[in-house]
Structures are given as C-alpha cells and as structure tokens.
Design a protein around this ligand. Structure first.
Ligand code: DOR
Length: 446
C-alpha cells in the first residue's frame, strides 16, 4: 500500500488542536509530528488551512441490503458515507429478511467485504423468538443487539416482557434500543385518524410519536438495564424530558449510554411546514426546546455520541399521505457538515464534535484501533475545510434514493477528503471506487 504524508494540517484530536504532519504507512498512522517532511513517501497532501479529524464512526445506519435495495444498498450508501467523512458504520437489522441469526449476519459481512467503501459492523436484531441466537453471539460477531422496543420500519417490535427480560439478562454484547411505546402511539394514531381521516398533517408526527411515548419506553429500557446490570445504549434520543434518565460524564465507567442523531440536532417542529414528510422519522423531530436541550446535553457529556440513523426511502414513497409515507431520512453524506453548522454558531466546539462522532463511539463499542488519531491506529481520517460552508443541492447527492433533507439549507463545512485504512476513499468530490473498508473489530462491552 502506498505511503502518504499529510502536511500542515490542523489536527483536532483528544481535546486538542495543533498543527502537524501525519505519516500513513500500511494503512496505519505511522507518525504524527511537526517535522516529517523529510521522510520519503509515495504521495504527499498539503493540508494547509484544513482540519484533520478522525473519521466519523456512525453507530446507526440502515443500508437496506438485503431485500430493500431499490431504496439503497451497502455499495451506494457507503460511497455517500465516505463523501460525508464517515469512515466506519454499524448497520441495522431491519432488512428483508431481518438479520436475526448468525447466518444472516455472516451474509451481510460477506457482502460488505465485496462492496463497502467504509469499514463496517452489523447488529443482530432481536425478535420475540430469537433469544438463543442472541445468547450464542460471541464478542465481535455483531457490534450489538438491536431491540426495537417501539415499532418502526420493518416488523421487529419486541414487546414480550419475558423476552425483554431475557435479552437484558443474557445478551453477551451491547444492547442498542429504539425506545417508543407502541400502544401509546397506536392510541394517538387512532385519535388523529378520527379527527383528520387520511389527511393527518405531517406536523402532527411529534404529537403522535409523542414525548410521553418516548419517555415511557426509554424509562423501561433504563430500568431493565439497571436491574440486570446490562450494557445499554439508547439510540436517537429526541426529548429534553428523557435526559434525566442519563448521567453526565465520560463513556468509560458508564453502563448506560445514549445517542443523539444529526437531524434531531438540526431540525425542529418549525421545519415540518417546509420539509413535510421529508423529515418524518421515528422517533419524531420534536420542539425547538428539545433540540436546544439535546445540543446542550451533548456539550455536558450527558449525551455520549452523535450518529445519523441514515434511513433512506424513495421520494415516491415520501410523497404519500401521513399514514403511507415511511419514516426515515438519508443522512450519511451531510451529517458531519450539518454538525459544523453548530460549530459555526458557537454551540459546539470542534473538540466536542470530534469526541462525539469518533472517540466516544469507539469507546462505547470498544472498537479496536480506530476513533483516534494515534500512532499505530488505522488511518481513518477526514480533511475538512471549515471555511467553506455550502448549500446542499440535489445534483451532488450520492444516495440511491437521490435526495437529501438538507437541500436548500446551508451546511457548515466541506468534506475535502476521506481516508479509510490509509487509502483515499474520497478526494475533492470523487469517490475512489477501488477502496474497500474492513470489518470492524470489537472488544467486550458486556
Ligand atoms: O425513522 C426511522 N426509520 N426510524 C427507524 O427506527 C427505522 C428507520 C428505517 O429503517 O426506515
């Protein structure tokens, strides 16, 4: 593999910002220093004026393969991911068929090895009847077990109390939960249908998928985790009220961690008027107060990581009325640029952004040798031009579904280049289609 020297970059890493050169050899970071320019290398990149960050590790994406590949697939979406500065992803089990056993997990890993441009891990899904597949998982087989404690896209609701108890008691790996109380949501849906028939306004989504439904379910997850001393990671928090369930502080030492997603930090209920179904997702985008509280909780280390929940659907599907239009939005290409919008607004520091999108994710999942710019670690790196905000237009969108919820919106920075295992996977607008990611390795989290 050719060696590479990145010179004059402003490295943002482990709470510090400093100018340095970074030498990449055999896919790994060989040296970080101020005086590496005399080293013989195959290629040099002058990164003067650019930030150099560890690549984002996205712990929640839906790439739809197998079975729903008319919307997205591992190849198309991993191309978009590297264009967005995401060097590793962890993919969800609500595919067709769902990823409920070792065989289906193995098939996903095999497919990703063929086509993925970024590094990859996959979740095993939980169902009301696959506890044995969960119990027999070995560390590293899956990044975690995904439990839909509220129903969403795909039919994967786990609502049998005995099964939930068994999962929290026995899962050998991290348990990642989608928390929304389905009976409460169904009751709200019935109310709105009675009032509006089929013409429920999109702005009702956060009232149907309500704060109370989120709180009830996340409280149950936290209670179960405490009862069984399980390793719980609550996905995509959306409300200020739920924040009290989580403690502030570093990931190390926490048994219960929590994620927020880029779109829940960017949009709020005022955006339904303009974006409608394009920002319909589960859990719903809620009030401006919630958005502000979530962003503050990130800065206070009460929220541990930022991810995307990239969940593409076609525009034709999104054009349906409230009950027909599926929930979810494509995000991997624009999530990191969207987070720079908060940096520009002074709401998030660069160091916090790097911590939440990379270091803390590696810590949460015990990802081996990634998530930090350290000598010996894999060279998963992103060069960013923080002085180049831009307005997203559809013609640059790489998702198979062909649209972005950020179209027409200004995003805070431009991703210039992305290295995956020391190879330039994305460079100035071009995805390098020769590059392949590697399977993520994990240490024990239980
Ligand atoms: O909005 C969402 N879309 N939330 C989920 O939990 C699933 C996802 C999807 O797969 O479409």
């Amino acid at each position: 593999m050719p060696s590479l020297l990145i010179t004059n970059a402003v490295v943002v890493n482990e709470g510090r910002r400093f100018e340095a050169d970074v030498l990449v050899q055999d896919g790994r970071i060989a040296a970080i220093g101020g005086d590496l320019q005399s080293r013989p290398v195959d290629r040099a990149i002058d990164a003067a004026g650019r930030l150099l960050l560890p690549g984002m590790i996205d712990d929640q994406v839906h790439f739809r393969e197998p079975g729903v590949t008319y919307k997205a697939d591992i190849e198309s979406e991993s191309r978009a991911a590297v264009a967005g500065g995401i060097t590793s992803f962890m993919e969800m089990p609500n595919t067709k068929p769902p990823t409920l056993d070792a065989e289906r997990l193995a098939a996903k890993y095999a497919r990703a090895a063929e086509v993925s441009r970024a590094n990859y891990g996959f979740y095993l899904g939980a169902s009301n009847d696959n506890i044995e597949a969960i119990r027999t998982l070995r560390v590293g087989d899956a990044c975690g077990v995904k439990v839909f404690m509220g129903a969403s896209t795909g039919n994967m609701l786990v609502d049998d109390p005995k099964v939930l108890d068994a999962i929290f008691q026995d899962s050998p790996v991290l348990i990642a939960t989608h928390c929304e109380d389905t009976p409460m949501i169904l009751a709200n849906e019935a109310d709105y249908r009675a009032r509006y028939g089929d013409d429920v306004p999109m702005a009702a989504h956060p009232l149907i998928r309500s704060e109370a439904a989120c709180l009830k379910s996340s409280t149950l997850a936290v209670d179960l985790a405490r009862q069984h001393d399980a390793r719980l990671h609550v996905l995509h928090l959306t409300t200020a009220r739920e924040l009290a369930l989580f403690s502030a502080g570093p990931v190390a030492g926490k048994r219960i961690t929590v994620e927020v997603c880029a779109h829940h930090l960017y949009f709020d209920e005022g955006d339904y008027a303009d974006k409608g179904a394009l920002i319909k997702c589960n859990p719903a985008i809620k009030r401006a107060e919630d958005r502000a509280a979530l962003l503050s909780a990130v800065t206070e280390d009460r929220i541990d990581v930022i991810a995307t929940d990239h969940a593409p659907h076609t525009l034709e599907e999104k054009a349906g009325k409230y009950f027909q239009s599926p929930a979810g939005l494509p995000l991997v290409q624009d999530a990191l640029p969207s987070l720079f919008t908060h940096v520009r607004a002074g709401k998030l520091t660069l160091e916090q952004l790097v911590h939440k999108t990379s270091h803390a994710v590696a810590d949460c999942y015990h990802v081996k040798e990634r998530g930090y710019i350290r000598e010996g670690y894999w060279a998963d790196l992103v060069l960013v031009d923080a002085d180049a905000p831009f307005t997203r237009t559809r013609d640059q969108v790489l998702y198979k579904c062909g649209w972005s919820p950020f179209e027409g919106r200004e995003l805070g920075a431009t991703i210039v280049a992305t290295l995956v295992n020391g190879e330039l996977a994305y460079d100035n607008g071009q995805v390098n289609d020769v590059v392949r990611g590697r399977r993520l390795e994990f240490g024990p989290t239980r």
